[in-house]
Design a binder for this molecule. Structure first.
Ligand code: LMR
Length: 443
């Protein structure tokens, strides 16, 4: 048993990069004038003055703001994205929607490298939705962030109208409507699970505070950095002004993996699998629900009659898919994670197909399934396409499903105790079993 008593959070928070460069660090970006000139077009300067780009939506010309060192640099706009154009002045952009601001943390990492280009292409929010990308990185990843911004420039995406890079969440999260929180520290060799929860928890506590202070009040927050359910809970608790139901933990990758395994077994293409719920934690206790899922509209148990495989082989293959992938690739899933982030967002911004649903880790308060309140737990949801969701009521339970859900629930309750110092619930006490508190990638 791993047991640890944890103290109150430190005032400074740092994290490090894993192979997929997941990150966050709270210190501010200080760029020398020389470095700034590498980033920005060369506006005239006077001694002791700093030049930054102020990018206002739909304005015609770039605006150089001289702050003379007094005002804080508002944004670290990048290169060509410091030039904005009046979208209303051009025929083909006139009918576009109002620009939205999307923050991505861990922006120099592998997952982001797949995700950002999908966001910028319009394949997530639609062909008439201009976007601004706010990229959060660490000081040590700042060069890489510039590289990302350069590739975004060179891709000439018509819908990408602004890119800002920075290391301070209070600046990067300003007015964002979406926050995709990918950066987190991976568990290193010999690191206690409790320590991982604490280190990442501090990152998400700080980012929650920053979102609370500067983001759009209805910002939607999707936590990807592991352990994502508990990180999402911590983030939410530190952002009391943002509706609790706006916080999500990514379990869509697990849903996609489950659909693929069922399709393979049934000998059908994976678009024939629907109503797939992942219950619980994004860990090896997660429960891929084959009782309620359907293949070609029929209950899975009618199509796949090998029920022992469903309970054992199928369930375990989904729970441990991330680990198997790491064995093959030598690093965590990145492309499929990015695809599942896209799927998760699209499920919220487009109406759910009639009769179907999707899985996402959301706040349990008021849930109709009897799951403990005050957790972030993956459950079945539907959306009208307005960014919001409703929990699905018409699901069945049997003893097997209830027992498995209870195990994942117990795990999340234990994780929650480990981070009580970060959720404002007093002194943390961490008592985690060594086996059932693994991330999919730790198998
Ligand atoms: C995955 O499910 O692929 C990842 O969450 C694995 C990991 O631990 O990074």
């Amino acid at each position: 048993m791993a047991m640890a008593e944890l103290s109150t959070p430190k005032t400074t928070t740092s994290s490090f990069l894993n192979s997929s460069s997941r990150f966050s660090l709270s210190s501010k970006l200080h760029l020398s004038n020389n470095f700034r000139h590498l980033l920005l077009p060369p506006f005239p300067t006077t001694p002791n003055s700093k030049i930054s780009c102020s990018v206002s939506q739909n304005s015609q010309a770039p605006v150089a703001v001289q702050d003379n060192g007094l005002a804080k640099t508002k944004k670290e706009c990048y290169g060509v994205f410091c030039l904005t154009y009046d979208l209303k002045a051009e025929e083909e952009t006139k009918s576009w929607k109002k620009m939205i601001n999307i923050a991505v943390s861990g922006a120099a990492g592998m997952i982001s490298n797949h995700l950002l280009f999908k966001l910028a292409s319009g394949s997530v929010f639609g062909p008439d939705q201009p976007i601004a990308l706010k990229l959060l990185g660490s000081e040590r990843s700042i060069q890489a962030l510039e590289g990302v911004a350069m590739e975004l420039e060179d891709s000439l995406f018509p819908l990408l109208r602004e890119v800002d890079i920075g290391t301070d969440p209070y600046e990067v999260f300003q007015d964002v409507e979406w926050a995709l929180l990918i950066g987190a520290k991976p568990r290193g060799p010999g690191m206690e699970r409790a320590a991982l929860l604490d280190i990442n928890g501090q990152i998400f506590a700080e980012q929650g505070k920053a979102l609370n202070a500067v983001a759009s009040p209805n910002v939607k927050v999707l936590v990807v950095g592991n352990p994502c359910n508990t990180n999402a809970l911590i983030c939410m608790k530190n952002a009391p002004n943002i509706p609790a139901k706006n916080f999500h933990a990514l379990t869509r990758l697990d849903e996609n993996r489950a659909k693929c395994q069922l399709a393979l077994k049934a000998g059908v293409f994976y678009d024939k699998v629907s109503n797939m719920t992942i219950w619980g934690n994004h860990s090896t206790t997660q429960v891929p629900d084959f009782l309620n899922a359907r293949i070609n509209g029929l209950p899975v148990k009618e199509v796949i009659t090998d029920h022992k495989w469903l309970e054992e082989g199928f369930t375990e293959s989904v729970q441990k898919r991330g680990g198997l992938l790491i064995q093959k690739w030598g690093r965590s899933s990145a492309a499929s994670t990015a695809v599942s982030i896209v799927d998760a967002i699209k499920s919220l911004v487009t109406p759910t197909p009639e009769g179907d649903w999707f899985s996402t880790g959301v706040y349990t308060n008021g849930n109709p399934y009897g799951i403990a309140e005050d957790l972030v737990f993956s459950m079945p949801c539907r959306s009208k396409g307005d960014g919001d969701y409703q929990l699905v009521k018409e699901v069945e339970f049997d003893d097997y499903l209830r027992k498995r859900i209870a195990k994942s629930e117990a795990e999340l309750l234990a994780e929650k105790k480990c981070v009580a110092h970060l959720t404002g619930e007093g002194i943390a006490y961490c008592d985690l079993g060594p086996v059932d508190t693994m991330l999919p990638g730790e198998v």
